[in-house]
Write a protein that binds this ligand. Structure first.
Ligand code: HEC
Ligand SMILES: [Cu+2]
Length: 336
């Protein structure tokens, strides 16, 4: 085999294994709920595998020890009939026991997965074609704020997400942390989960919702609780004022070029509701619902031509001069 081909085959052969770990995998559970789902799956898989192996062994034996056909195929052989009757009865009973046992395992798993814990951190998540609105709500409106495409949570603490949709049906899925739940217009669905460890997990819309469904992802950042507290306090603040002349120009252009019609930046005159809130966009880890990693270059590419990056999405290509783009970019980057 030519060397080039062999080196190409090695990674492709290990690919299925590599796919089992990482930040978006139901087979590498990092949450209480996903752990329970994985446990249920393992029990089902092991029991089903044992049954399958037993069936194959019996099938093999019966083929090996096959007898010559009787001269009178219709004549009953009493002792054999009685023995096979017993075998069928025992196997029927075994099937019943196995199915009942698996039902109990499944029921117990569901009780943990859908258990409601008091005092969970509550977030409201609204699905939009093709991005996620994330609302941190508090009893005091002064402590409530909106962000997008990124969920930060305290590790080890229960989190409740209330799911709704602004348009079509979407589905909230963070495989590493828990199972799926749909977002439906006019209906409030709920899901609770707890990330066992700090880390970054990837979530993805899991219900086909139109053209850019595949680019409707989000990041879940599970932070140590004190760090989460600091982030929440900071995120609750209004956008910081631009630090320099170019930033101030960017802020003006953000309104003058129509961005503010669709985007809100708290603490400024920008109050649009059609697109993601950009108050702290500079501190997010991705651009356009997980489509690109956040950097000055990707942010610039997105603003310059969002239709090139995510064709059909609801942010139009805005006609901007290059110096206007630079000023707006400079302004948004500062919104940390
Ligand atoms: C007609 C409404 C509309 C206008 C006007 C608009 N946007 Fe957007 N914008 C959106 C929508 C909708 C999205 C989400 C797109 C997606 O991810 O599917 C978005 C996404 C973004 C994002 C990515 C946010 C994130 O969380 O990743 C940035 C940055 C952004 N817009 C900046 C701008 C700037 C700068 C302008 C002005 C030049 C502008 N937008 C004009 C609707 C608009
Ligand atoms: Cu979708």
């Amino acid at each position: 085999m030519p060397v080039r081909m062999r080196t190409a085959l090695v990674p492709s052969a290990t690919l299925p294994l590599a796919a089992c770990a990482g930040r978006q995998s139901a087979l590498d559970p990092q949450g209480l709920q996903s752990g329970e789902i994985f446990h249920t799956l393992s029990v089902f898989l092991i029991v089903a595998a044992l049954v399958w192996i037993a069936v194959v062994i019996v099938l093999g034996l019966s083929m090996l020890r096959r007898k010559r056909a009787a001269d009178q195929p219709l004549a009953l052989h009493q002792p054999f009939e009685r023995a096979s009757g017993r075998v069928i009865f025992v196997l029927g009973l075994a099937t019943l026991v196995i199915v009942l046992g698996l039902s109990i395992v499944s029921y117990a798993g569901q009780r943990t997965v859908f258990a409601k814990v008091e005092n969970a951190l509550t977030l409201k998540i609204i699905g939009h074609q093709w991005w996620w609105e994330v609302r941190y709500e508090d009893d005091s409106p002064a402590r409530s704020f909106v962000t997008a495409n990124e969920i930060r949570i305290p590790a080890g603490k229960p989190v409740k997400v209330e799911l709704e949709s602004a348009d079509v049906i979407h589905s909230f899925w963070v495989p590493s942390l828990t199972g799926k739940m749909d977002l439906i217009t006019g209906q409030k669905n709920e899901l609770q989960f707890t990330a066992k460890n700090a880390g970054v997990y990837r979530g993805q819309c899991a219900e086909f919702c139109g053209l850019q469904h595949a680019h409707m992802a989000f990041a879940v950042l599970a932070l140590p609780p004190d760090e989460f507290g600091r982030w929440r306090d900071h995120e609750n603040e209004s956008a910081r004022d631009p630090a320099d002349q170019l930033g101030r120009l960017g802020e003006q252009l953000f309104r003058a070029r129509g961005c503010a019609l669709c985007h809100s930046i708290r603490g400024t005159l920008a109050g649009g509701q059609l697109g993601p809130d950009l108050t702290h966009v500079g501190s997010r880890t991705t651009v356009a619902a997980g489509t690109l990693p956040m950097s000055p270059a990707t942010l610039a590419a997105w603003i310059a031509d969002p239709q090139h990056i995510k064709p059909g999405n609801y942010m139009p290509k805005m006609p901007l001069q290059s110096d206007e783009l630079i000023a707006i970019l400079h302004y948004l980057e500062q919104l940390k």
